[in-house]
Design a protein around this ligand. Structure first.
Ligand code: HMG
Ligand code: MG
Length: 296
């Protein structure tokens, strides 16, 4: 049976965009619930500047208290050497560097031009690898930028290429503001797959316009078997105005398991995690499967 690797980004991408700052203990309990539901790849936090993302200011404390489980690998975002040094002092298993394909979003998100970012990430990836850590790369605004509109595939390919040259093991392609539609996903992936193998690319779709799940499906059809999602459909980038959550892990798991694609995730157990977070933050989470489960 085919398999899809789901990278659960709710604790990071989800919580970074919530007005409420959850206590570290609650985040730890969420991780425990995710592990009990069979989630293995968990992006737990970011070692970014706490002024930029106050919701994740407890990165060290959380990283030090995360529950372990067989096969569980925790990841965290590191934007630069300082973030890497903070992360290296914790038990986080692997890291992710991130930048955008569009100039303005890159500047708003990490305060540098694209050309200024390359050497910073180069150093970060090199030092991480010297310490035996695997590093993922993210490219944001692959399918459109909130400030510049269209982004060319050539620009996306250039950034992916530089990230691979630095030594990242995979690049996750971010539809940061959820503008992509299936035809565009097909066209962009067709070009990128001429340059990079499918098993080194991942799909990271936000659901601002209701297309995240169908875009994830198209990516799968194109051979991409690593997909990012967040429990309950939490998420968004605070430096991309109006960006909604990631495709919900529940919705993705429901679709994939129904298609006979194994994810290793127990839907009921996952819904219990999201239901408790929903209660905690006091608003309905976007996942359709979650809401239909709660209604039945
Ligand atoms: P900066 O202000 O340009 O940093 O921020 P700097 O290098 O000029 O340093 C200024 C001060 O910050 C210094 O302190 C540094 O030590 C400190 P001072 O000497 O003034 O006391 N500093 C740090 N402190 C803690 N941790 C650090 C760190 N680095 C510097 N790592 C920086 C640059 C990148 C730090 C800032 O812009 C930042 O933190 N940005 C993060 C933004 C972010 O997290 N965005 C969301 C994640 S990306 C995303 O969601 C997209 C994704 O989901 C994919 C998709 O959907 O497309 C991944
Ligand atoms: Mg994101």
């Amino acid at each position: 049976m085919p398999e899809v690797r789901i990278v659960e980004v709710g604790l990071r991408d989800g919580l970074q965009n919530e007005a409420a700052i959850l206590p570290t203990e609650v985040k730890r309990e969420i991780a425990e619930g995710l592990i009990a539901a069979g989630v293995r790849d968990i992006e737990a936090t970011s070692f970014v500047h706490p002024r930029w993302i106050p919701q994740l200011a407890d990165a060290e404390e959380l990283a030090g208290s995360l529950p372990r489980g067989e096969g569980v690998r925790y990841r965290a975002l590191v934007p630069n050497r300082k973030g890497l040094e903070r992360a290296l002092a914790t038990p986080i298993d692997e890291y992710a560097v991130f930048m955008s394909a569009s100039e303005t979003h890159n500047r708003k998100n990490i305060n540098k031009s694209i050309d200024e970012t390359f050497p910073v990430l180069e150093e970060t990836v090199r030092l991480a690898r010297e310490r035996g850590k695997r590093v993922r790369g993210y490219v944001s605004t692959v399918f459109g930028c909130p400030y510049e509109g269209e982004v060319s595939v050539a620009q996306v390919a250039k950034v992916c290429d530089r990230l691979f040259e630095m030594g990242v093991y995979e690049v996750s392609l971010g539809d940061t503001i959820g503008v992509a539609h299936p035809r565009q996903v097909k066209e962009v992936l067709r070009e990128l797959l001429k340059l990079f193998p499918a098993d080194r690319l991942a799909g990271h779709f936000h659901d601002t316009r209701g297309t995240a799940q169908v875009n994830a499906y198209v990516a799968l059809e194109m051979g991409i078997t690593t997909l990012d999602s967040s429990f309950g459909g939490l998420g968004g980038c605070p430096y991309a105005p109006g960006a909604a959550g990631n495709v919900a892990t529940e919705d993705l798991v429901y679709m994939l398991e129904g298609m006979g694609v194994s994810t290793g995730i127990d839907l009921e157990a996952l819904c219990r995690v999201s239901a408790s977070v929903q209660e905690r933050i006091g608003r309905k989470l976007p996942s359709k499967v979650l809401q239909s489960t709660l209604a039945s």
